[in-house]
Design a protein. Structure first.
Ligand code: HEC
Ligand code: HEC
Length: 398
């Protein structure tokens, strides 16, 4: 009787080969942050502390009710738990977590910003987010004594924003107010605005990953008797093996930082309409705040060259950036449009690829239906949950 029990337990045991163990060792811990030469205050503590304040300031938004942390809520995995974002208006995409964002090479689901600081400038002038203008943003900072002091401490004096003739309300590119400003005044406002983005980026680099159960287990040398349960190990085995997740979600960030079209069907059966990466790359290459542009601190460096040399092709149509799989319990719902409320729904899609959209040559070829039995799907989900670091962060929860 006792022997039979032992045999069942042994039958379920997952034993990793040396090669598998080496692959697992490369999945943890998260790497050091990449250097960002396009932002000269990237690791400046005073800039980061200004950035942290800007991140929480609601007065930048048109109604005074929306800040970055309305959507990127620090104690909710730096996202909002909503299907689609909601700021001054209704957004069209799901809010991604900021945990690990500073490790990316391309920002947004479609990678339309090629630096973290350039990304941070979009929400100010986006109608659905802050619905404001760079001139008003700089003026609000100018008129808020602690923000102004923190800014001038790092970057020097702000323009005389109290002069509403020279710096009219609502002035941003594409408006008559902006066209009425002199080129030097436009330059001064944009320069201060860019400094705001660079400070926010410096702050975002200080948002840490905490250590997950998986990281602790790898750090302990992948012990066979403690750390991960047999079910979690089975999930890991599938993740790196038969389920093929590692092809795109490999490495310690659980993302290849690249773009793929996994063929998610539109709920109403129509053809997908979001061009994703194709439009994102075109925008990254031409955007005013691109890494190769005049506001970059390293316009000829490697980051700038990345956008210039990125391969463009039909497979980019409808492709989105592979998201990290760290902290998933905190970042539901899932996918660029928040279509899946639970991890079980995500896994059900990968398992059957039901209704997967196949556009000629626009398709990722690596995905095939997994056809896994329910216990294996449960194991995959259990493994994904070991990548959550929330229990350790809980101490900082308000
Ligand atoms: C209305 C909600 C909302 C507000 C406000 C908002 N964001 Fe976002 N954020 C989003 C959404 C949605 C996306 C993804 C949009 C897309 O990919 O098209 C995003 C993307 C990002 C990304 C890219 C993450 C990645 O992995 O690529 C960063 C970084 C970010 N936001 C930071 C900020 C900062 C800084 C602010 C304030 C200046 C801010 N956000 C304000 C909803 C919001
Ligand atoms: C071909 C590359 C590729 C493979 C293989 C792949 N994924 Fe993904 N995964 C993606 C992309 C791209 C997205 C985002 C798609 C979108 O939003 O349109 C994604 C999204 C996800 C999400 C949603 C995360 C979030 O924050 O929204 C989860 C969870 C996920 N994948 C898990 C897995 C698992 C588990 C496997 C293995 C069964 C897997 N993926 C295999 C590329 C891939």
């Amino acid at each position: 009787m006792i022997e039979a029990v032992v045999m069942i337990a042994l039958g379920q045991e997952v034993v990793f080969t040396d090669r598998q163990r080496r692959i697992i060792d490369r999945m943890s811990p998260p790497p050091a942050l990449p250097v960002d030469t396009t932002n000269r205050v990237t690791d400046n503590a005073d800039a980061a502390s200004l950035g942290a304040r800007l991140f929480k300031t609601r007065t930048f938004s048109a109604s005074g009710a929306v800040s970055c942390d309305t959507c990127h809520v620090p104690w909710e995995g730096f996202d909002d738990g909503r299907k689609l974002a909601k700021g001054e208006g209704d957004g069209t995409r799901n809010t991604p977590t900021l945990l690990g964002a500073a490790h990316q090479r391309w920002f947004f689901w479609d990678g339309r910003a090629d630096s973290l600081w350039a990304q941070a400038l979009h929400p100010f002038e986006a109608p659905a987010e802050f619905g404001s203008s760079r001139t008003d943003a700089v003026r609000i900072m100018h008129d808020t004594p602690d923000l102004r002091a923190a800014y001038e401490n790092v970057f020097g004096p702000l323009p005389p924003m109290e002069d509403l003739e020279r710096f009219p309300a609502g002035a941003r590119p594409g408006t008559p107010q902006w066209d009425a400003m002199t080129p030097p005044d436009r330059h001064a406002v944009t320069e201060a605005f860019v400094h705001m983005g660079k400070s926010i980026a410096a702050f975002e680099r200080t948002i840490p990953f905490a250590t997950s159960k998986f990281d602790r287990w790898v750090a302990a040398g992948q012990p066979t008797d403690t750390g991960l349960t047999q079910q979690e190990r089975r999930g890991l085995e599938l993740f790196n093996g038969a389920a093929g997740c590692r092809n795109c979600h490999g490495g310690p960030l659980f993302t290849d930082r690249a773009f793929h079209n996994i063929g998610l069907p539109e709920p109403d059966g129509s053809l997908p309409s979001d061009p994703g990466r194709s439009a994102g790359l075109a925008e990254a290459r031409t955007h005013e705040f691109r890494a190769g542009g005049e506001w970059s601190d390293d316009p000829k460096g490697a980051t700038a060259r990345r956008a210039a040399t990125a391969r463009d092709g039909p497979e980019h149509w409808g492709a989105f950036r592979t998201p990290t799989l760290r902290n998933l319990p905190d970042t539901a719902p899932y996918m660029h449009d928040g279509r899946f409320a639970t991890l079980a729904e995500v896994l059900a899609f990968y398992n059957t690829l039901e209704d997967q959209v196949r556009l000629d040559h626009h398709q990722e070829q690596v995905l095939t239906p997994l056809n896994l039995p329910p216990e294996d799907l449960a194991a995959l989900e259990a493994f994904l949950r070991t990548l959550d670091d929330t229990p350790e962060k809980a101490a900082g929860t308000p």
